[in-house]
Design a protein around this ligand. Structure first.
Ligand code: FE2
Ligand code: FE2
Length: 371
């Protein structure tokens, strides 16, 4: 995927359904493929089979012991009060918040399940014992996460048919190195998002409108460890972290950050309900992710550069206009969408060329989750 292809995608923000009022709607929403929606991936399995982690063996083996120890094996079970609590809490919520929360659950489920499918497919198609073992542990975790989210969707009769989703959703092919950059970032950003929400609701329990948020602390440690795995894989092959690849890292950092920012700004009610402002929340998440990513990426985005936030706000405004255009019809709609996509591409390019911050790679790769 390249930046231009992403921004010229005519389905920039078009959802297959606007509101989720039934199980059918929820399943259609999960199928949606837009620039902002989570995707399913496939990759080059022969190249995956050739990964060699011998240069990071010591840290790798410690990590594998942690996976084996499986300290979250009993975590993804609901207690008796869960469904009852959901019922009484959700009855009080207004329709906007409910819709944004459903979108949050469906989006999270789709990305958890996306990891589960990818890791399982890699596992099945390779013989490399290190990577095969890692993939089976990560698939185990993601399948628990996806199942746990689906239980919450089932409370509203919006359960997602995962078998059907696996068969019918479009798959995007990424070379292994792009899988590493993108997946590393999505695991670490996932950690940063969950821990930021958990800490906020720990301080303000009255804002915890759904019990699922209580599970986020131990949950996000799984995501953190998945990110550590990709950090070790990349550090084991230094050419992935220099030369032209630095431009790719820069692209993925920006694409992941910008997507999150735009998407979160389309869900104001969800953030308000938790007592968070979308902009502050996103910048807190960027800061944590940038700090962690020093373990592997030799550059950081300058998130404090005045043009950075300005550019993200412009992308958000363009995305909202794109949504409005989706409601129109005919030739005008396509011209307008093309024009908005071209503008988004220009803004993205400007953001891409904001000077980055260089960072020295530490000798020890692994870092403990201390946020
Ligand atoms: Fe997960
Ligand atoms: Fe994960």
């Amino acid at each position: 995927m390249n930046a231009q292809a992403a921004f010229m995608d005519t389905d920039f923000t078009q959802l297959l359904v606007n509101t989720v009022d039934s199980g059918e709607d929820a399943n259609k929403r999960a199928l949606t493929n837009t620039v902002l929606a989570p995707r399913f991936y496939t990759t080059d399995f022969d190249a995956m089979d050739k990964i060699d982690v011998s240069s990071v063996r010591q840290e790798w083996d410690i990590m594998m012991q942690e996976y084996e120890g499986d300290n979250n094996h009993d975590h993804f079970q609901r207690d008796e009060g869960f469904a009852l609590e959901v019922k009484s809490l959700m009855e009080k919520l207004d329709e906007n918040l409910k819709q944004e929360f459903y979108d949050f659950l469906i989006g999270s489920l789709t990305s958890e399940f996306s990891g589960c499918i990818l890791y399982n497919e890699v596992r099945k198609n390779i013989d490399n014992p290190d990577i095969k073992k890692l993939m089976s542990f990560m698939a185990r975790d993601e399948s628990r996460h996806a199942g746990f989210l689906n239980q919450s969707l089932k409370d509203f009769n919006f359960g997602i048919d995962l078998g059907e989703l696996k068969r019918t959703k479009k798959y995007t092919f990424f070379k292994p190195k792009f899988i590493f950059y993108a997946t590393y970032l999505s695991e670490k950003i996932g950690y940063a998002r969950y821990i930021t929400i958990f800490r906020q609701l720990e301080k303000h329990p009255d804002k915890r409108f759904h019990p699922i948020f209580k599970w986020f602390e131990r949950w996000c440690n799984d995501e953190y460890r998945h990110g550590e795995s990709f950090a070790l894989i990349m550090r084991a092959d230094p050419k992935l972290l220099k030369g032209i690849n630095i431009w790719w890292i820069r692209f993925f950092l920006l694409a992941v950050y910008a997507t999150m920012y735009v998407r979160d700004h389309t869900r104001p009610a969800l953030h308000n309900a938790m007592g968070l402002k979308a902009t502050e929340y996103d910048f807190a998440v960027f800061r944590i992710t940038s700090e962690i990513s020093k373990q592997v990426f030799p550059i950081l985005l300058d998130i404090d550069h005045p043009k950075f936030k300005e550019g993200l706000d412009q992308l958000t405004a363009l995305s909202l206009k794109m949504n409005e255009t989706n409601e129109k019809s005919g030739l005008f709609k396509y011209l307008k969408k093309g024009w908005l996509a071209a503008q988004a591409f220009v803004v993205f390019t400007k953001l891409y060329f904001i000077p980055v911050i260089k960072s020295e790679l530490p000798q020890q790769v692994r870092l403990s989750p201390s946020w």
